[in-house]
Design a protein around this ligand. Structure first.
Ligand code: DQA
Length: 146
């Protein structure tokens, strides 16, 4: 099985960006940990980060017939991007939406998501652990154990 982890804008700054909200772990370290965990499950996990909406869409389109599932933290594009939503719906690859922070406990503009209603599930508010919970949930979904 092959999965893809996608991170959107500003998530390359994890570790230094608003650590009281997003924690002190870097994206690189989260990716390394998650890839290790995936391997113990016999799964290959690739990762991609971009600050550009079009680059994220290109990567999602490229994933067709390549990956079985997607983990996505789309950052602020979660709340703004119909184009990203259309890409995810279009490729018909099951995905889990995830966030480090609990977006519902923050500003009103973070309460809505263009991605949630089409997602397998949404994980929000557990810091770096959100990535691990999202992986666990996506695997259970793909293996039909939930
Ligand atoms: C985020 C939440 C978004 O509202 C924000 O724009 C981000 C990060 C999170 O992981 O908590 O960039 O997706």
């Amino acid at each position: 099985m092959r999965l893809l982890l996608i991170n959107g804008p500003n998530l390359n700054l994890l570790g230094q960006r608003e650590p009281s909200i997003y924690g002190s772990q870097t994206l690189e370290s989260i990716e390394t940990e998650l890839k290790k965990k995936a391997l113990t499950e016999g799964v290959q996990l690739d990762s991609f980060q971009s600050n550009f909406e079009g680059a994220l869409i290109d990567r999602i389109q490229k994933a067709v017939k390549e990956v079985d599932g997607i983990l996505i933290n789309a950052g602020a594009y979660t709340h703004t991007s119909i184009a990203l939503r259309d890409a995810l719906v279009g490729v018909e690859i099951p995905y889990v939406e995830l966030h480090l922070s609990n977006t519902h406990a923050r500003e009103q503009f973070r309460h809505s998501s263009f991605l949630s209603d089409n997602a397998v599930g949404v994980i929000s508010g557990f810091g770096a652990m959100s990535y691990h919970l999202a992986l666990q949930g996506l695997l259970a979904h793909l293996r039909k154990t939930v």
